[in-house]
Design a protein around this ligand. Structure first.
Ligand code: PXP
Length: 244
């Protein structure tokens, strides 16, 4: 059994990065979200970081009010973020690790190592009707921990796959394939994301157990050259082609 159509979640964080470089309202990530939906995004993903380096509290509030597709709210497992998530009730919350000094989310969440601490976050979000996703490296131990917490979704970190080359990349692809199958067979809805581009998306999109990819930085960068809609349409095409 496999999942049918692969969903595309467009991450709009870096529209906010450009806006914040000037401290004004343009470009507006909420407007970008509307455009992304028109271009074929199945959902919108946004990460409210502790340091608010890109997405702001107001962005989340507006997105939660106006979006016509599911909002996937990426958050660190902190009391502050939990309170914000419970206030806005997005469709999904993806728990991610966060370090102040990092440029981006460098690895998956250590669910296995923080099992007891994370339980409260998974329970509170789930009780509020929010689908909880755990952003993890493609490791069986992490998927087992996500399962034992009762999280319905796991998102596999594809960053290492995208950065590696040659044999090392193929090995990482194998890890992602095996983890997708392992999680799916045990009832997890499997997602993947981080670092994906036109060059790297095909092999990941071809993994039949995956149900959703979350893609941001490459699409926003590519939008500079070809526009956001064209870039999303092309990504969507590559994803659909990989499934045939
Ligand atoms: N999925 C998760 C959980 C992430 O944290 C990110 C980055 O914010 C992405 C997907 C998208 O990664 P990228 O911006 O590199 O496409």
């Amino acid at each position: 059994m496999t999942n049918g159509k692969l969903r595309l979640g467009v991450n709009i964080d870096h529209v906010a990065t450009i806006r914040n470089a000037r401290g004004i309202r343009h470009p507006d990530p909420v407007r970008a979200a509307g455009l992304a939906v028109r271009a074929g995004a199945d959902g919108i993903t946004a990460h409210l970081r502790e340091d608010r380096r890109h997405i702001s509290d107001d962005d989340i509030s507006t997105l939660a009010d106006v979006l016509t597709v599911p909002l996937n709210f990426e958050m660190a497992a902190t009391e502050e973020m939990l309170e914000i998530a419970l206030r806005h009730k997005p469709n999904a919350c993806c728990l991610v690790p966060e370090k102040r000094q990092e440029l981006t989310t460098e690895g998956g969440l250590d669910v296995a190592g923080q099992h007891n601490r994370l339980k409260h976050f998974v329970n509170e979000l789930s009780d509020a009707g929010i689908r909880v996703s755990m952003f993890v490296d493609p490791d069986v131990e992490q998927l087992d921990a996500a399962l034992s917490l009762g999280a319905p979704v796991a998102e596999l970190h594809t960053g290492a796959y995208c950065e590696k080359t040659g044999e090392a990349r193929l090995e990482e692809l194998e890890r992602i394939r095996a983890a997708s199958k392992y999680g799916f067979e045990r009832g997890l809805e499997m997602h993947a994301g981080h670092g994906l581009s036109y060059d790297t998306v095909t092999d990941i999109a071809a993994i039949p157990e995956l149900m959703e990819l979350n893609i941001g930085h490459f699409l926003i960068g590519e939008a500079i050259f070809h526009g956001l809609e064209t870039s999303i349409v092309e990504m969507r095409r590559l994803m659909d082609e990989a499934r045939v």
